[in-house]
Design a protein around this ligand. Structure first.
Ligand code: DOR
Length: 443
């Protein structure tokens, strides 16, 4: 099957220009192939073509918590949002903490997922053996602070052995368990949603991030800081030692503690949202390269669950179908360029996790592609969300700049509001010998 996408403004590794892209089966066969025969020709005049977004942090809840989301609904929402590859977290039920469980999730995704997929293996205080055996994964996830579920590795000896004995890249949820517990006791568990940011405060995030960075440097181990939420953590990232990368999530860019009054538990997340100064510094860190990646931490809970009073209300919000549009809106507002968005959401995650053949529009790369209408204006509505929980913290917000078409491995999976439900993504492949973000300027 050959598809020719003509006349799009293509965001290529060396700049943006009008080009024709020839897809053959699952690969980008040629850029500007000249006169060729194709099975399908697609006129993309006036639109922008970018590599598919790679979201390196989602929670799709399957197995075990599928009343919140599952691999079919989560991946469908990805297709709508221009995400062609996701890496999913291990706090499902059961947890993904053995090679066998990892294999089971991969198998499940192969039958259900509309876009490409990968799954982290979760660390426990005593599963180093499994972590050492795992291969088909972006890396190891450690909950250094607890969040949804019961995964937690807090003891220093266990953390030292994970960093010393394993070779896969490691990422972590960094909130200091002792600080969170102390704050919670002082506030008697908390009574209002805004207490969430008092309990999971700046100090909790900074202590845990610093602790992880010290582990990474001491053991010369590649390490990725998930969801940076404070200015201080962003400042710590100015030294990367060739080992450390980090990511920002849309909710830590666009929400702060002033939003609790309006949005209540809809903005209750771990790590918690912080202040406007933190938003500003995280933005600066993206723009100056200290934070190379944007990911969603898509973490759906039903509205019924969210509407419980604090602290019963669970932490997490859905984001995969809007994250790209939120950033395209920023392009339209002049805060960043489309090329920077492609860097943060496509190229950098591919390099951080050594993903083979993804993250760029380049000959020989996978045909994971997204077409964008930068002029389209649309309002996010709870009732139009395709994630299972059908709500968004951005409900009512109008954004300019939306994806309109998504190709996964050369297959058109989303087309102007219509899904091609029969499409299935593929397992992402990792070449960890590439050495991660700082080692891979070119491959
Ligand atoms: O708020 C959160 N919810 N943060 C996480 O890291 C986990 C997530 C979840 O799984 O619900």
């Amino acid at each position: 099957m050959r598809t020719l996408i003509q006349h799009a403004h293509c965001v290529l590794p060396d700049g943006t220009r009008e080009a024709d892209i020839l897809i053959e089966d699952h690969r980008i066969e040629a850029i500007d192939p000249g006169a060729v025969r194709a099975d399908v020709t697609f006129d993309a005049s006036g639109r922008y073509l970018i590599p598919g977004v790679i979201d390196d942090q989602v929670h799709f809840r399957e197995p075990g918590l599928t009343h919140k989301e599952d691999l079919a609904t989560g991946s469908r929402a990805c297709a709508k949002g221009g995400i062609t590859t996701y890496f999913e977290m291990p706090n499902t039920k059961p947890t993904t903490t053995t090679v066998e469980r990892l294999r089971e999730k991969l198998q499940l995704a192969s039958t259900k997922s509309l876009v490409n997929y990968g799954f982290y293996i979760g660390a426990t205080p005593d599963n180093v053996k499994e972590l050492k055996k795992a291969t088909r994964t972006p890396g190891i996830k450690i909950f250094i602070g607890s969040s949804t579920g019961n995964l937690l590795v807090d003891e220093q000896a266990a953390l030292e052995s994970i960093f010393a004995e394993t070779t896969l890249p490691i990422c972590a949820h960094c909130e200091d368990e002792a600080t969170v517990r102390e704050n919670s006791e002082r506030l008697d568990g908390g009574t209002e949603y805004a207490d969430h940011s008092r309990i999971r405060d700046h100090k909790a995030a900074v202590i845990a991030t610093l602790r992880s960075l010290q582990l990474a440097v001491r053991h010369s181990h590649r390490f990725h800081v998930l969801h940076v939420s404070t200015a201080q953590e962003a400042r710590l990232l100015s030294e990367n030692y060739g080992l450390i990368t980090a990511e920002a999530c849309p909710h830590h860019l666009f929400f702060n503690v002033n939003d609790y009054e309006r949005l209540g538990s809809r903005v209750q997340m771990n790590p918690s949202i912080k202040t406007a100064d933190d938003n500003a510094e995280i933005w600066r860190a993206l723009l100056d390269g200290r934070i190379p990646v944007i990911a969603t931490d898509h973490a759906p809970h039903t509205l019924e669950e969210k509407d419980q009073p604090y602290p019963k209300s669970p932490s997490g919000l859905p984001a995969v179908e809007n994250s790209l549009a939120l950033m395209l809106n920023q392009v339209n507002e002049g805060r960043c360029t489309l090329e920077q968005v492609v860097g943060w959401m496509c190229d950098a995650p591919a390099r951080v996790w050594d993903v083979v053949g993804k993250g760029r529009i380049q000959e020989g790369y996978d045909a994971d592609l997204v077409l964008i209408d930068l002029e389209a204006s649309r309002t996010i509505r709870d009732e139009e969300q395709v994630t299972k929980t059908k709500w968004s913290p951005w409900h009512g917000q109008t954004l300019k700049g939306w994806s309109t078409h998504t190709w996964v491995m050369g297959q058109l999976v989303f087309e102007d509001g219509t899904f091609h439900e029969e499409v299935r993504g593929s397992e992402a492949k990792f070449d960890h010998d590439r050495g991660g973000f700082w080692a891979s300027t070119e491959d």
